[in-house]
Ligand binder design. Structure first.
Ligand code: ATP
Length: 244
C-alpha cells in the first residue's frame, strides 16, 4: 500500500535536510507504524504522501499510484488524519462533518447515515450539536478521525492519532483501527508510544535523521535485536541521545 523510494527533502532556509534518501514499503491492507524520534521526518513523509509538501527528489506510491501525478485519484481512496485538529472550532461536529462529507461528494442520505453511524461509534452522538471548541482533547481527536472516514477510504493515514488523549479515548481509537483493518482497509500511523505500536502494528518502519533505520514485523525485529520490547529495539537502533 506504500512504496517510498529515495525521498529527499530540505525545507527552505533549513540548515539540514529533513529526508535524506528515505526508502521503505508497507504491504497491502496491513496496520503499519511509521516510528522515529522527534524530528526524524515522520510528518514530512506524511505531508509528501498527502501532497501538502513537495519532495525535492525521489518517488512515493500509495495504493500503487504516484503521489505527485495521481493526486485526485488518491484523494478519493485515502483518508488523512493530521496531527493538529482540522475542524472549524466554532462549528458543531455535525456542521463540520456535513461540510466535509459534501466536499467528498457524498449524497445527503448516505452522508447523514455515515455521520450518525460514526458519531455513535466514536461516542460523540450526544455532543453532535456542540461546537468543537467546547470539546475535550480526546473528543476533538475522535471527531478529527471521523472527518477523514466519511468516504470510507481504503487506506487511512493517521499522524499521532493518540497523542494527548486519555486511556479511554486511546483504547477506543485503537480498537476502531483494528476493526477498520479487519474490514480490509489499510492503516498507516505514526506514534511515539512504542508499546502501543508493538500491540497494534503488523509491520513497522523506524526512521531517524530522514533515513530508514529498520523495517519489519515487531516480533521479528525483537528476535533479530534480541530485545524484549519494541522500545528496546528502538533505543538500541536510534540511541538514547536527546533530540531537539
Ligand atoms: N516547515 C518546516 N520548515 C523548516 N523545517 C521543518 C519544517 N517542518 C519540519 N521541519 C524540520 O524537519 C525535520 C523533520 O521534522 P518532522 O516534523 O517531519 O519530524 P517528525 O518525525 O514528525 O517529528 P515529531 O515526532 O517531533 O513530530 C525537523 O528537523 C524539523 O525541524
Amino acid at each position: 500500500m506504500l512504496q517510498i523510494q529515495q525521498l529527499e527533502k530540505t525545507y527552505k532556509n533549513a540548515a539540514e535536510p529533513s529526508l535524506q534518501g528515505l526508502s521503505l514499503q508497507f504491504s497491502d491492507k496491513s496496520i503499519a507504524g511509521l516510528l522515529g524520534p522527534n524530528g526524524a521526518g515522520k510528518t514530512t513523509t506524511i505531508s509528501i504522501l498527502c501532497g501538502l509538501v513537495k519532495a525535492d527528489a525521489g518517488k512515493a506510491f500509495l495504493l500503487g499510484m504516484d503521489v505527485e501525478k495521481e493526486r485526485e485519484a488518491i484523494k478519493r481512496r485515502i483518508g488523512v488524519v493530521p496531527q493538529s485538529i482540522a475542524l472549524y472550532p466554532t462549528l458543531t461536529a455535525m456542521e463540520n462533518l456535513q461540510y466535509i462529507g459534501r466536499l467528498y461528494g457524498l449524497g445527503s442520505t448516505l452522508l447523514k447515515e455515515r455521520i450518525n453511524q460514526y458519531l455513535q461509534l466514536f461516542g460523540l452522538e450526544k455532543s453532535a450539536h456542540k461546537a468543537i471548541r467546547y470539546y475535550s482533547g480526546g473528543m476533538k481527536r475522535r471527531a478529527n478521525i471521523i472527518a477523514s472516514l466519511l468516504h470510507e477510504p481504503e487506506l487511512l493515514i493517521l499522524d499521532e492519532p493518540t497523542a494527548g488523549v486519555d486511556v479511554q479515548s486511546r483504547n477506543m481509537i485503537l480498537q476502531f483501527l483494528t476493526e477498520y483493518n479487519k474490514l480490509g482497509h489499510g492503516i498507516i500511523y505514526t506514534s511515539h508510544l512504542l508499546e502501543e505500536a508493538q500491540q497494534l502494528c503488523d509491520e513497522i518502519a523506524i526512521i531517524d535523521h530522514g533515513r530508514l533505520v529498520v523495517q519489519g514485523k515487531p516480533v521479528e525485529l525483537m528476535q533479530e535485536q534480541q530485545a524484549q520490547s519494541l522500545e528496546q529495539v528502538f533505543l538500541q537502533l536510534t540511541g538514547s541521545s536527546l533530540r531537539d
